[in-house]
Write a protein that binds this ligand. Structure first.
Ligand code: LLP
Length: 418
């Protein structure tokens, strides 16, 4: 469910016409709905309210400071994977005791920063990393709270690039080696074991892989408790899918219904790390058709947003629904919708059926609120685009469009070139 709907023949973001924002702020532009974001967060809160839990929003999906502040004010924690994300989470007012930190390559500086910030826990991905954290914690004279990220070897049945729980992936510690790793961790003087972490992939559209993975980690928690290692938190990662194109992912309440029976007998606090299912359908990318071009039997719609603004189609061949901002009754045609970047892989849609697009039309790329702006770049030296947050009948620019001068603001010239 989202708040980007036609009223008569015009697309609205909540109660603001998308056209108005595009005209006043310019295109391309990301637009987010406050209502949708909160509805999605609340769906998780309600679904899991019967069990102690923390919802740690995955910043990699969307780390705009206004959105983070909105989620923070409504009780969200954060799942971060870099010092930069930790900085943004703290700056947005997310309490440090609701922040978990994952990622296979945390640097010494990042570890020290997180320890000083007193985050809830590190989700540790290797024994080398565990030793590094122990060493840095010793220097800082603190104990580092940790969970080990275990890899439960479950097939999430999603795109291979975003599936992380299989044995061949670089993430986590194989579940069969978990007990051994936990017992090593329990002997490290500056490590405090708090929990178990797992994350099996993203855009998962069935409940089954979540249940299978949970059963494995609950069994592990019992085993560890039997060995005298006290597990207090079970962090089950993110990964719930959204509807991009006739997908029918489970709702948070369906997920909780399937998962909580395995949790209830356990005295474990649950951590959930949703990203896409909170932000994905809460955002669209508005772009303008610059030119129409016909080759032999192919029609291209060239728009002003490129793979540098939204890379998911190019990188994963991901499908994003694309609709006209102003509805029309033109004939349906099959076109490639492509960007201005000098790469053949720069497209938003291929062989797409859409009412004919003419020069100057505005199009809305749907489900672009997660992994849209956060994966954008300035490739081809294109300044990054603005982000707008809509609340009711008002809109707010929550990130300004970059200028050309931003492109080289950190460039320095050696003496011999001055
Ligand atoms: N927790 C961990 C440890 C993760 O690695 C991820 C995503 C999440 C939570 C959030 O997952 P979500 O709820 O958003 O599915 N760029 C790709 C997605 C990469 C996801 C990486 N990890 C895309 O655009 O589809």
């Amino acid at each position: 469910m989202h708040d980007f709907k036609y009223k008569k023949s015009e697309l609205f973001a909540e109660n603001v016409p998308a056209r108005k924002i595009a005209e006043e702020v310019g295109t391309p532009v990301y637009i987010y709905s406050r209502n949708t974001l909160l509805r999605h967060l609340n769906a998780y809160k309600n679904a899991f309210k019967k069990h102690p839990h923390i919802i740690c929003f995955a910043l990699k999906a969307n780390s705009n400071g206004a959105i983070l502040r909105l989620l923070a004010k409504n009780g969200a924690g954060a799942d971060v994977v870099s010092g930069g994300e930790l900085y943004l989470a703290l700056k947005a007012g997310i309490p440090s005791n609701k922040i978990v930190y994952a990622g296979v390559g945390k640097s010494a500086d990042e570890i020290a920063y997180a320890l000083k910030s007193k985050i809830l826990m590190f989700n540790v991905e290797s024994s080398d990393e565990l030793n590094a954290i122990n060493g840095i914690a010793k220097k800082l004279k603190v104990k580092a709270p940790i969970a080990l990220r275990v890899n439960p070897d479950i097939d999430p049945k999603t795109h291979p690039y975003i599936s992380t729980g299989l044995i061949e992936s670089k993430f986590g510690i194989p579940i069969k080696d978990a007990v051994e790793n936990y017992s090593v961790a329990s002997r490290l003087p500056n490590i405090e074991i708090l929990g178990i972490h797992k994350h099996i992939g993203s855009q998962i559209t069935e409940v089954r892989p979540f249940v299978d993975a949970l059963k494995k980690v609950v069994a592990l928690a019992k085993k560890l408790n039997d060995c005298g290692i006290n597990i207090r938190y079970l962090d089950i990662g993110g990964g719930l899918g959204i509807n991009y194109n006739n997908d029918s992912p489970p709702l948070p309440k369906e997920l909780s219904k399937a998962l909580l029976p395995f949790m209830n007998a356990q005295n474990l606090k649950l951590i959930i790390e949703p990203g896409r299912s909170i932000a994905g359908n809460a955002g669209v990318l508005i772009t303008k058709a610059l030119y129409i071009k016909r080759h032999a039997n192919k029609e291209f719609v060239i728009v002003d947003a490129g793979m540098n603004d939204l890379i998911r189609p190019s990188l994963y061949n991901a499908y994003h629904n694309i609709i006209h901002v102003m509805k029309n009754a033109r004939k349906k045609v099959t076109v490639d919708i492509v960007g201005p970047i000098c790469e053949s892989g720069d497209y938003l849609a291929k062989n797409r059926r859409i009412n004919r697009v003419i020069q100057g039309d505005m199009l809305s790329v749907m489900s672009a609120g997660a992994y849209g702006f956060t994966m954008s770049s300035t490739y081809n030296s294109r300044p990054r685009i603005p982000e707008v947050l809509v609340k009711g009948n008002k809109y707010y620019v929550v990130r300004e469009r970059e200028e050309y001068s931003d492109l080289d603001s950190r460039v320095t010239l050696p003496d011999f070139l001055k």
